[in-house]
Design a protein around this ligand. Structure first.
Ligand code: AMP
Length: 272
């Protein structure tokens, strides 16, 4: 496995005819990341993984400084997973002074996650645009767990006529049902137990739907009841274009939850 930090060196090393699968991450790799890498390996000749804790997507006062960093372990994990190139840039490798800006859309980028974290998605899109331009992959792999992020990246790729296929990958969960996340290490034992209300609420929603209950208010109320011990950021039931709907339509609905366990903001969702 090659480890490259310089964007131009990476570009030069990829100038071949082979298909390239790209998995952008912020490191502290877990099985969720590995699922993306596995799919990328299955579908491409070469797999590039990036590890970059992107400062522009953290708001002032967020956990940029204490975001978990496990560089040595991550390098081993990537090597064992058969990654061909690990892109490991510094902040200076990626950002310059007085840059051309990329902004999240005014509505879709400022609801749900974007409401509590205004500007977060501008930082995400800015770095994803750069990373995709550096790697120029055939396909790039993103987790459905970060559903709004995935939606906005797909929108950017479409609206900016970018030449890459975005591949959504299912959420990987721990055996107790909690969606894997690098931030789960922040949870105490008690907070982790409380956090299980999140998959429980999504499971209850799927059971209601399977019984024929499609009304959004009824599903939301049931979910809020289950989530009540937690501080809930939102429970949203949307179509796959992220429009508000009154009724669940199988094959075109996503249910999104954000809740705090202690101080840790957790995201989860269910695609119906
Ligand atoms: P992160 O390192 O948290 O920025 O995540 C990098 C990529 O991994 C993003 O596309 C995430 O959506 C994806 N990801 C994170 N957690 C999971 C998970 N539990 N299952 C599947 N994909 C995930």
């Amino acid at each position: 496995m090659k480890i490259i930090s310089n964007p131009l060196e990476l570009k030069a090393s990829l100038s071949s005819q082979k298909s390239v699968g790209f998995v952008p991450t912020m490191g502290a790799l877990h099985e969720g990341h590995l699922a993306l890498i596995k799919k990328a390996k299955e579908e491409n000749d070469i797999v590039v993984v990036s590890i970059f804790v992107n400062p522009t997507q953290f708001l002032a006062g967020e956990d940029l400084d204490k975001y978990p960093r496990k560089d040595d372990a991550d390098k081993k994990i990537c090597s064992l997973a058969g990654v061909d190139i690990l892109f490991f840039p510094s902040v200076e490798d990626i950002y310059g002074d007085d840059e051309v800006q990329v902004y999240a859309p005014n509505v879709r980028g400022y609801v749900l996650e974007g409401a509590t974290r205004p500007g977060h998605f501008s930082g995400v899109l800015r770095v994803v645009m750069k990373l995709l331009n550096i790697v120029t992959p055939t396909k790039a792999y993103f987790g459905k767990k970060d559903a709004q992020q995935l939606h906005l990246i797909m929108l950017m790729v479409k609206q900016y006529f970018m030449n890459v296929e975005i591949v959504p990958v299912d959420t990987v969960r721990d055996s107790d049902g909690l969606a894997q996340s690098s931030r789960n290490v922040y949870l105490s034992k008690k907070e982790r137990e409380e956090a299980l209300k999140i998959p429980a609420a999504l499971y209850a929603a799927s059971k209601l739907v399977s019984k024929g209950v499609l009304n959004v208010d009824a599903i939301q109320n049931k979910m809020l009841e289950i989530l009540s011990p937690l501080e809930v950021g939102y429970v949203a039931i949307l179509d796959r274009d992220f429009n508000v709907v009154k009724s669940v339509e199988i094959g075109n609905t996503v249910i999104l939850v954000e809740a705090l366990a202690g101080k840790t903001r957790l995201l989860d969702n269910l695609w119906l």
